[in-house]
Design a protein around this ligand. Structure first.
Ligand code: ME8
Length: 505
């Protein structure tokens, strides 16, 4: 049987404005997972844009454009941003694509036939910003409890999704699968909501028309109901069963914690209603904050991610985002913190290890990799690939990076202890050869293991090691089984992570 692919998704982003660093964050995390998964087998990484709903329609109107025109104009900006951050997704879905719209309508029809979608009257509060319905009792001082904005009263005949019917099954599922929602804080919060009880909710809108039409009826489908289905429309649900089952259930669905409820309560119920299983894991991560506030386009604290990539280097940003905090927690963002990570971990530790190794190789061996000897440090780190892979698949990116940095620091320390310059002076050629070889092979292994995190810089390190233009992302096992060949010509080059001066920024 074909090995099921490691399927990883990000939320699809609203294109009501420009992307910011928060969007880069989730997408880069998914990229690290997908790149790591590809070192062991097939993977599929989906991201995309959420293009319907009142919020996008309002943004288009404000810009004097038709909604479709607005979306078409903005999508390339998102795609070029992800390219600037070396994100290699397998598919980019747009909810205005016919392949998606067809599936949404089919799901709607299937649920209507089953009685899980029924006609009723909706009266209640709605927050346009969050595209969310709210019970009166949940409002905070009459306003939206999540964003604090004004809510509007809506009264219309709507199609409802019978979520309440799935309440007991959801509770049972949560109890039987205590790890299916992570981190634990989010799991507990969702459990508390389930224990309070869930209600049916409206999945159609009639007061505006920027959405997928209700099949055989009037109005459009509620944007969240439409959006969630992207995860299965992209992989051919009801169109190509073999393809669909090669990916589904997803290995992991990444979301920010503010949308955990949609993904862990509504989403599994919709999947059950169409006879499919929930994803294996929903990981609802924390927020990047500035002065304690979530970065977001509406708060005016959004940072232009294009400018950041220019200033610090996209790979340094990727490293920062994954190294700065345990995945799941909030963390605060500042240019000083990015510069510190760049200068210390990347410049002083990894960059310096590469630069001093390649310089010594030039000085003592005309840049040519010498014959190998004993490699005691590398022998101690034989388990590093398995260790890193386990940590990455467990979404403990910081731990994975720290264990790679153990090797970086150990090799740097070995340089101080072995003093290759003294070995050279004392003409202990064989020892010097063995040590220089170990450093080069250590760098080669680091390039392989850190490639998912810093694809461009590690490919460059690979090139400097003289391995040529071949792509790094070999299967890890076979790449480790084929060590660096003696006689390889290395290239010194400029520092991989040139020091950044924050003064005068
Ligand atoms: O919610 N810190 O889209 P959206 C960390 N279209 N991550 C952040 C962040 C921050 N400050 N700001 C945004 C939507 N994100 C819906 C999703 S899915 C079927 C539909 C990331 O454009 C994080 O992943 O508001 C968050 O969940 C997502 O962007 C929200 O993007």
């Amino acid at each position: 049987m074909q090995q099921r692919a490691y399927y990883v998704t990000t939320p699809i982003y609203y294109i009501s404005g420009n992307p910011h660093i928060g969007h880069v964050y989730t997408t880069v995390v998914a990229d690290v997972l997908a790149r790591t998964a590809r070192t062991a087998g097939p993977a599929f990484f989906l991201t995309g844009t959420d293009e319907h709903g009142q919020k996008v329609a309002n943004a288009a109107t404000a810009a004097g454009k038709l909604p479709q025109e607005w979306c078409d104009d903005l999508v390339p900006r998102w795609q070029s941003l992800f390219a600037a951050y070396h994100v290699a997704y397998d598919d980019f879905i747009r909810t205005t694509q016919p392949r998606h719209e067809r599936v949404v309508q089919r799901v709607f029809e299937t649920l209507r036939e089953r009685g899980d979608v029924y006609l009723g009257t909706y009266e209640g509060w709605y927050c346009v910003f969050d595209e969310t319905f709210w019970l009166e009792s949940k409002l905070a001082g009459g306003k939206c409890p999540t964003c604090g904005r004004e809510v509007q009263w809506i009264s219309e005949d709507d199609w409802f999704f019978a979520l309440s019917k799935y309440g007991p099954r959801l509770l049972e599922y949560f109890r039987a699968h205590p790890d299916w929602v992570r981190p634990k804080s989010v799991y507990n919060e969702m459990m508390a909501l389930l224990e309070e009880g869930v209600e049916d909710f409206s999945i159609s809108r009639t007061n505006f028309d920027w959405g997928i039409p209700i099949p055989g009826g009037s109005g459009v489908i509620y944007v969240w109901f439409d959006a969630l289905l992207n995860y299965i429309s992209a992989i051919g649900w009801s169109v190509d069963d073999d393809r669909f089952h090669a990916y589904w259930p997803a290995a992991v669905q990444l979301v920010g914690k503010e949308i955990a409820r949609f993904h862990t309560i509504i989403w599994p119920a919709v999947l059950w209603a169409i006879g499919e299983a929930p994803p294996e894991l929903v990981f609802a991560h924390g927020w990047i904050t500035v002065e304690g506030q979530k970065i977001g386009k509406s708060l005016g604290n959004a940072v232009d991610p294009f400018a950041l990539a220019d200033r610090f280097g996209a790979d340094s940003l990727r490293y920062f985002l994954l190294r700065e905090a345990p995945f799941g927690s909030d963390f605060s963002y500042s240019e000083e913190k990015i510069a510190q990570r760049h200068n210390n971990d990347l410049g002083n530790d990894l960059g310096n290890l590469a630069h001093r190794t390649l310089s010594m190789l030039q000085r003592y061996r005309e840049g040519v990799v010498p014959a190998p000897g004993a490699t005691p440090v590398l022998a101690r780190f034989a388990e590093l690939p398995q260790h890193m892979r386990t940590a990455i698949f467990d979404l403990r990116f910081r731990d994975a990076l720290e264990s790679a940095w153990d090797l970086v620091t150990t090799l740097n320390r070995a340089v101080e202890e072995r003093k290759p310059w003294a070995l050279h002076k004392e003409e202990r050629g064989a020892e010097l050869d063995a040590f220089l070889y170990e450093l080069c092979e250590g760098l080669r292994r680091l390039a392989i293991l850190l490639h998912p995190f810093m694809p461009e810089r590690m490919q460059e390190l690979w090139r400097r090691l003289g391995i040529g233009e071949t792509r790094i992302d070999d299967a890890w096992e076979s790449a480790f089984a084929r060590p660096l060949a003696p006689g390889t010509h290395t290239i010194l080059g400029d520092p991989l992570f040139p020091r950044l001066d924050l003064v005068g920024k």
